[in-house]
Write a protein that binds this ligand. Structure first.
Ligand code: SF4
Length: 325
């Protein structure tokens, strides 16, 4: 086994994704590097808030790990996401091209879209099959409140980047709109969003809310009825991102190391961990009890569901995590 993979895993899963199918995740960033510090982030607070793309984790090691993992298991898509904003890695294009051309896999990029106003960042994403940026508001004040962006990032820049990318990009452009109760779910907000989304003209609009324990308790999930009403208002390109229903996994492996690695990436429910890792509920409970006893993970209730969350002190410097967008 590759020594680098053991010390610094850049690849996680495959995990069932509500939006992409069985997704092999690739983390291009040290935890936690982002242009934003969103209220709803499931990775935790941003520790390196920046806006200048640079060489972050080693691209060759990432590509090697993806190839190794794909020899061990199958996946529908390789998804670049991770512990923050993947377009902050200036080498993202090399990873996309290697996965697409050498490994012949579908590539998706989960991005907050905040750097798409930069032509070189747009250029780097053109080879991806799917790009999934995020929008929450058409008002600067709400945008600032929800995302707490780097000072270089404004709503005007985000919208300029989304529109420019839409014109240049030939793949599938899926715009995620994240709703937080009391922040961007008013009629005024939704009306402005419809206007702005109409100008961007994405292939689809995927409505989301806070599904896992957020970085800030002020991020409150929208109820399903309100989300449905918004979906109707936004028109036929809009859909609610449903919970993933796929049964079982293919070669995702099992055991304590994989489970702990999965929880490091994002808060996890028992049911999804069992499905993803092929664990039976008794084995899962044994493993999780051991982690809880050692203080490696903690339980957290969110919307009546128990999530297992990594203890902050357990995550070493440079470890990776999923942003779960
Ligand atoms: S939700 Fe995504 S964009 Fe927002 S802080 Fe977390 S990683 Fe960054």
């Amino acid at each position: 086994m590759n020594k680098n993979r053991v010390s610094t895993p850049y690849v996680f899963g495959p995990v069932p994704s509500r939006r992409l199918g069985l997704s092999l995740g690739v983390d291009l960033l040290p935890r936690k590097t982002c242009t934003y510090d969103c209220l709803y982030c499931q990775v935790g607070r941003t520790t390196d808030r920046c806006a200048e793309p640079r060489d972050l984790v080693p691209v060759e090691a990432v590509i090697r790990q993806v190839a190794e993992r794909l020899r061990e298991c199958s996946a529908d898509v390789v998804t670049l996401s991770g512990s923050g904003e993947p377009t902050l890695h200036s080498g993202i294009q090399r990873v996309i091209e290697a996965v697409r051309e050498v490994m012949d896999m579908q590539v998706a990029v989960l991005t907050n879209g905040s750097l798409l106003w930069r032509p070189e960042v747009r250029e780097r994403l053109l080879a991806a099959h799917k790009v999934l940026p995020t929008l929450t508001s058409g008002y600067e004040e709400t945008f600032q409140r929800i995302h707490r962006p780097h000072p270089q990032i404004t709503l005007a820049r985000l919208l300029e980047g989304l529109s420019a990318f839409r014109k240049e990009y030939r793949g599938l452009f899926l715009l995620e709109v994240v709703f937080l109760a009391g922040l961007n779910d008013t009629d005024r907000e939704v009306e402005r969003l419809r206007e702005v989304i109409g100008r961007i003209a994405p292939d689809r609009v995927q409505l989301n809310t806070v599904a896992r324990p957020p970085a800030d308790p002020g991020a409150v999930a929208l109820d399903r009825d309100r989300l449905k009403a918004i979906m109707t208002f936004l028109g036929n390109r809009a859909e609610i991102v449903a919970e993933f229903q796929r049964k079982g996994t293919r070669g995702a492996g099992n055991g304590g190391r994989e489970l702990l690695e999965m929880i490091r990436r994002r808060p996890v429910r028992a049911e999804e961990a069992c499905k993803t890792l092929g664990l039976d509920p008794v084995t899962f409970q044994d493993l999780i009890r051991g982690f809880l006893d050692k203080g490696l993970v903690r339980e957290e209730e969110h919307l009546g569901t128990t999530f297992y969350v990594i203890s902050e002190r357990e995550v070493p410097e440079g470890e990776q995590n999923s942003n779960g967008r």
